[in-house]
Design a protein around this ligand. Structure first.
Ligand code: LMR
Length: 334
């Protein structure tokens, strides 16, 4: 019977239930997005744009915490952290998926495979790119997008005009077997180091040189400790934005749709600024005057291509000859 006493009890219970629900309503869902580069890079700016859009589209129900510059984890650790669920989102370089057991991403490291961002789109937006992202699912990871950085230049403290100039140089590389083969093809000694360790390794002479797009070289101040650089554009460096699959699939579908929209727009943004960011970084390094930049003559470039192209054949089993063929076809090669 609905007595006054019962009504008061029900009202009291309702107030308690409402209050109990309040913290749940007020607490945003936190997504930790960890990366290893500076905020002022194509990837750093892409991550910040995603944060801005995601928080706005979800009306604050989701909070994106971006941790740049290896603040939380270095290269290898961040992949482990993602699988363990300690972070939810990363954008590792495509050269760093080998340790996850998806070494086919090293396709992107093949020297002189892609000559332009247009070429790149043919791979990332096409079947090759999408099939690579699908391979991550078995590893508990979902690939959401490809983000550009740019084409790599080689640097050292001695001039690097021809392949002979690399003989015996210790060159820092990312953890890709293709990059190892690339440096060996030049007669250099490759050394894998985490990105966060490169500046110091160059400064102290642990390694003599490295390769990276200008935006990474500039924002890590590598130009301060490298006297020479060659604008070889011999290879590409870019990213796959990835999330912990169980986390992503466990999201409320409406929230996930908002985040997908934010990711799509952040991807368009990141990819639209990448070339300009790299051009600006190169200009800034030229203005700094600590590094001499060398453009390859046609003859010199031909020598580089001749030295590096055999890496495609040599490493074909690691990537898969069929995948390489598919990439060549998408690019209109051979
Ligand atoms: C590197 O280690 O050189 C790059 O992968 C860093 C990055 O994420 O751009």
């Amino acid at each position: 019977m609905l007595t006054r006493r019962n009504l008061a009890r029900i009202a009291g219970a309702a107030v308690i239930a409402f209050c109990a629900a309040l913290p749940a309503l007020a607490e945003p869902l936190v997504i930790k997005f960890s990366h290893v580069v500076a905020p002022d890079t194509p990837k750093g700016k892409g991550a910040d744009k995603f944060k801005e859009l995601a928080e706005s589209y979800t009306n604050g129900a989701v909070k994106i915490e971006v941790y740049p510059n290896s603040q939380l984890y270095k290269d290898k650790e961040e992949l482990e952290a993602l699988q363990l669920g300690a972070v939810q989102m990363l954008a590792p370089s495509l050269a760093k998926f080998g340790p996850l057991g998806v070494q086919q991403f090293e396709l992107f490291d093949l020297p002189y495979l892609m000559g332009s961002y247009d070429d790149l789109r043919k791979i990332t937006d096409g079947e090759v790119g999408q099939s690579l992202l699908a391979k991550l699912e078995d590893k508990g990871i979902k690939g959401l997008a490809y983000w550009d950085n740019g084409f790599k230049i080689m640097s050292a403290n001695s001039p690097l005009r021809t392949p002979d100039d690399f003989l015996g140089l210790k060159m820092r590389i990312q953890s890709s077997k293709i990059l190892e083969a690339e440096m060996q093809a030049l007669g250099a000694v490759p050394q894998v180091l985490a990105f966060s360790e490169v500046y110091q390794a160059l400064q102290t002479g642990v390694v003599d040189g490295t390769e990276n797009p200008p935006s990474n070289m500039y924002t890590q101040k590598m130009h301060e400790v490298q006297k020479h650089a060659t604008l070889s554009n011999h290879g590409y460096l870019g990213y796959a934005v990835i999330v912990n699959k169980a986390f992503w699939e466990g999201l409320d579908p409406e929230i996930r749709a908002d985040l997908e929209k934010a990711m799509k727009e952040a991807t368009e943004y990141a990819n639209s600024i990448a070339k300009q960011e790299n051009d600006n970084a190169l200009e800034a390094m030229k203005a700094a005057g600590t590094t001499e930049f060398h453009e390859l003559s046609e003859d010199e470039r031909a020598e580089w291509v001749e030295a590096l192209r055999p890496v495609h054949e040599e490493m074909s089993d690691r990537i898969g000859p069929d995948l390489i063929k598919q990439a060549y076809a998408a690019l209109g090669m051979e």
